[in-house]
Ligand binder design. Structure first.
Ligand code: NO5
Ligand code: CA
Ligand code: CA
Ligand code: ZN
Length: 440
């Protein structure tokens, strides 16, 4: 039995109910979103030209992390958690399926679902060109390498930023991954911002100079280039999340952030259905994109020691800073001690204080399994966070905020990025335990 009433609610969701969870889950718009009344099939619009394109719905009566996990176990992907409801993205078939399971879905007005046009964001080709420009302009500071190919054969690139960039120096290494989820274009803009900021401010800003000189920083600007390109290729957004790998039974695409090789598929935090937006793939690392990045991370084990100490995986949206584990509600678990948890919480909270995001353990949102963060921590001891960027709610444009916010919402994370780089020499320093964990 489900822990929430369903099947009988016909009233619209009370807007005032948003407030309680706003404190626990994320900063909500001060003015509550008016309850949607449109509840019919998707209408063609400028942003969803395809009549069967996925769109966002508010699902009422989903209030706790257990409710959210139950909905996720039914194969839905939760875009946003409110006090007594969630926002999901679904196509017509998925919406019908969820209604058959007893959920109450109300379509969000399409005007709220995309405030941008594809031209507002860089294409993957443009990203690669900007990387090449950075290498050409700062050959001593920036290098790039192709670390492998996506399902469709697109090059996946890692960018290194450091002094003496051609030399593998004995410096703490930090990894940033962007765009596992295709439609989360703002994250790829975050990669471009970070590349521009760290290179342009090197030699100008003392803090940037010091961190770039004393760290080796890796950016993978788009982990999912096929999905990113597919999302915008028609000229209007497709709300696409996964990669573009066909599945044996039915459906296209694996949710890359359910395909990593730690507790893969363990805990109801992913789907075994190829049509689901949280399809975990046929096995751990079955998605080429995940295998490529996982191989890259394994390649950073030098002399038996993982060189990468800290990581952020960038997502949108909800303005959250999340830490492991996602697969269990428990605060501590195998491989995650009380000190580890305290360090995650302290560092996550410190970063959140710089950008106004809400810090929490990932599973406080809902259970996920096979995520990059759980894998990087459990298998490689990397202090791995997931950031969910702007906006806090669908009212800000959901996955597609307008281009005019990109500068503000990427530079908003400047201090958080620098803070992580700073602590990368010994993340336990944040709880004053550097002698115990990082002593000579
Ligand atoms: C992520 C985080 C929980 C890491 C996920 O909405 S998102 O898909 N960007 N949230 O579920 O993988
Ligand atoms: Ca260096
Ligand atoms: Ca090194
Ligand atoms: Zn995401």
């Amino acid at each position: 039995m489900r822990p929430f009433p369903r099947g009988r609610r016909t009233t619209t969701v009370a807007a005032a109910a948003s407030l309680a969870l706003a404190l626990a889950i994320g900063t909500q718009a001060a003015t509550a979103t008016p309850s949607p009344t449109a509840d019919g099939p998707p209408a063609a619009s400028a942003t969803t030209a395809d009549a069967d394109a996925a769109r966002q719905y508010e699902v009422s009566g989903v209030a706790t992390r257990a409710d959210r996990t139950a909905l996720a176990r039914d194969g839905a992907v939760i875009d946003e958690a409110r006090a007594d409801s969630v926002i999901v993205t679904a196509d017509r078939a998925e919406a019908t399926r969820l209604r058959a399971l007893g959920y109450e879905l109300a379509a969000l007005p399409s005007a709220r679902q995309a405030a941008a046009a594809p031209e507002d964001y860089h294409t993957y080709e443009e990203v690669l060109a900007l990387v090449d420009d950075a290498v050409a302009q700062h050959p001593d500071l920036v290098s790039s390498q192709v670390i492998g190919q996506s399902y469709e054969g697109t090059d996946i690139v890692a960018v290194k930023i450091s002094d003496n960039v051609a030399t593998d120096e004995d410096e703490p290494e930090v990894l940033f991954t962007y765009g596992q989820h295709a439609r989360e274009h703002l994250t790829v803009e975050m990669a471009l911002y970070t590349l521009a900021e760290l290179t342009s401010q090197h030699g100008a800003d003392p803090q940037v100079t010091e961190l770039v000189d004393s760290r080796e920083i890796w950016l993978v600007p788009s982990v999912n280039p096929d999905g990113k390109t597919y999302d915008t290729a028609s000229g209007s957004f497709r709300n696409w999340r996964k990669n573009r790998q066909p599945n044996p039974g039915s459906g296209i695409g694996t949710d890359l952030n359910r395909n990593w090789a730690y507790e893969w598929g363990c805990c109801g935090g992913s789907s075994g259905n190829g049509s689901s937006d949280t399809y975990r793939g046929s096995g751990p690392e079955s998605a080429p994109e995940v295998a490529v990045v996982a191989d890259f991370v394994r390649g950073r084990v030098v002399g038996g020691e993982q060189q990468i100490t800290a990581h952020i995986d960038w997502h949108t949206y909800s303005e959250l800073v999340l830490w492991p584990y996602g697969y269990t509600y428990d605060d501590t678990a195998p491989g995650l001690t009380e000190d580890d948890q305290a360090a995650f919480e302290a560092l996550g909270t410190a970063m959140a204080e710089t950008n106004g995001y809400t810090p929490m353990q990932s599973s406080d949102l809902y259970i996920t399994d096979g995520t990059i963060d759980d894998w990087l921590w459990a298998e490689h001891g990397i202090f791995s966070f997931a950031f969910e960027m702007y906006p806090s709610s669908s009212a800000g444009g959901g996955f597609y905020p307008p281009g005019e916010v990109i500068d503000r919402e990427t530079s908003r994370n400047r201090e958080a990025v620098l803070l992580l780089l700073d602590y990368a020499d010994c993340p336990y320093r944040v709880i004053g335990a550097e002698e115990q964990y990082c002593g000579a």
